[in-house]
Design a protein around this ligand. Structure first.
Ligand code: ATP
Ligand code: MG
Length: 396
């Protein structure tokens, strides 16, 4: 394949290793400076210029987009996506994971263990938020912190309030997070490639420091992950839309607590700690996937008027239960079942003979009007009707 590594740091360890791994496997590879692209939207098809000249054809890109150039960098990645060039990490995935709050919001509906987190704006809401995540000691995080800077452990509610107020007064956004004391000074970095963890390490803080960042003097050791940790890491990366990711987890009493998903994980620390060829694993994965550029399914399938993608619920009382897909009438209504979710399992491309059960969720493509009646009601988080008081309501 012909691969472009998007990076502003051609000499960095990670870039060098990825380049060498690609060459070693007989691929063509170029390191291109992300900031030297020009996005060309003037013609009939999306195009890219590089250093003032039309970019040659590439089979795949591997984006290594630094924090400081997220906006332009993701625009370049999105342009490659529009040109059907394969990228393991999509522009959306990079954007979503970059913001700690946004990432936490997205992961929060997928049953992934995470430290309890709150985000507030008003001074009046700070105390309640601290209490809701479990009270002091509490962790306060700047939204745009990195390398451990901007992560504070506040021992008391009053101190936490004062810190948060100070930060708010300088227009800084902060997360309030429960302090996972059993993981104090330790965390796990899992390197996810595709749907597996290819390497993992534990970072251990030095002395009485609670942050395990290497930049704060932490050390690293290889670690063998249990399936719970591997699953949490792989699922988090998948949900974020990242096929190459560094997933950071705290070691909670009940299992992994995902803190963060990194779209450009550094390779030096993890390769040295584990002696594993992580760069090689990344290149092999990309080479395998090149034929399958990312497709925004919803966008592509919604172009015919009246058609779209929807998730349908097989109701307990509906006439679908117990019927095989081919006898369900879905086909006659011009509805195609793409996947069937049953409990924790997913059946892709379910055959006509598969019998539907109550509670099945079907990801379907078809006429929106036909599917409307089968769309599950929105989840209600709280009962709509309040309980009556014990005493009858007095008439007035
Ligand atoms: N809720 C928490 N409970 C216990 N320890 C924590 C908690 N949050 C963070 N830590 C410790 O602090 C360190 C730094 O936190 P975090 O990774 O969130 O910020 P960062 O490293 O500055 O950001 P980035 O990972 O984006 O560079 C973690 O590696 C972990 O050791
Ligand atoms: Mg970190």
């Amino acid at each position: 394949m012909k691969l472009a590594i998007l990076s502003r740091a051609p000499q960095a360890y990670s870039t060098q290793r990825l380049r060498a791994a690609a060459l070693q496997r007989g691929h063509q590879v170029k390191v291109l400076d992300t900031l030297r692209f020009a996005i060309d939207l003037s013609g009939h098809e999306p195009d890219l210029q590089y250093r003032g000249r039309l970019l040659s054809d590439y089979d795949a890109v591997l984006p290594r987009i630094g924090n400081s150039i997220t906006y332009f960098g993701t625009a370049v990645v999105r342009q490659f996506e529009q040109m059907d060039v394969y990228t393991p990490n999509t522009a959306n995935g990079i954007t979503n994971s970059r913001d700690k709050l946004r990432a936490t919001q997205i992961l929060s509906r997928h049953n992934i263990g995470m430290p309890a987190t709150a985000f507030v704006h008003s001074r009046a809401d700070v105390r309640l938020a601290i209490e809701r995540v479990g009270g002091a000691p509490v962790v306060i995080k700047l939204l745009e912190g990195t390398q451990g800077i901007g992560v504070i452990l506040a021992p008391e509610v009053k101190i936490a309030e004062a810190i948060i107020e100070t930060l708010h007064s300088t227009k800084q956004n902060v997360l309030i997070q429960s302090f996972i004391s059993e993981s104090r000074g330790r965390d796990i970095r899992a390197l996810v490639v595709g749907d597996r963890v290819v390497a993992a390490m534990r970072r251990v803080a030095s002395g009485d420091e609670f942050r395990s960042n290497v930049h704060r003097g932490g050390t690293v050791e290889p670690v063998e992950l249990t399936p719970a940790y591997e699953q949490a890491a792989v699922r988090s990366a998948q949900i974020m839309g990242l096929r190459v990711a560094g997933v950071d987890m705290l070691e909670g009493n009940e299992g992994p607590l995902v803190m963060e998903v990194n779209s450009s994980p550094g390779l030096e620390g993890i390769e040295r700690a584990t002696s594993l060829d992580v760069a090689g694993a990344i290149i092999d994965f990309i080479a395998n996937q090149v034929a399958f550029p990312e497709i925004d399914v919803r966008q592509r399938l919604s172009v015919s008027t009246g058609y779209g993608v929807a998730e349908l619920l097989v109701h307990g009382n509906a006439d679908l239960v117990g019927k095989a897909i081919r006898d369900s009438g879905l086909g006659d209504r011009d509805i195609t079942v793409l996947t069937l979710h049953r409990g924790a399992t997913v059946i892709p491309n379910p055959r006509g003979g598969v019998e539907l059960e109550s509670g099945d969720r079907l990801l379907c493509f078809g006429k929106l009007e036909e599917m409307r009646s089968m769309i599950p009601e929105r989840r209600r988080r709280r009962a709509k009707v309040r309980k009556l008081p014990k005493e009858p309501i007095p008439e007035n």
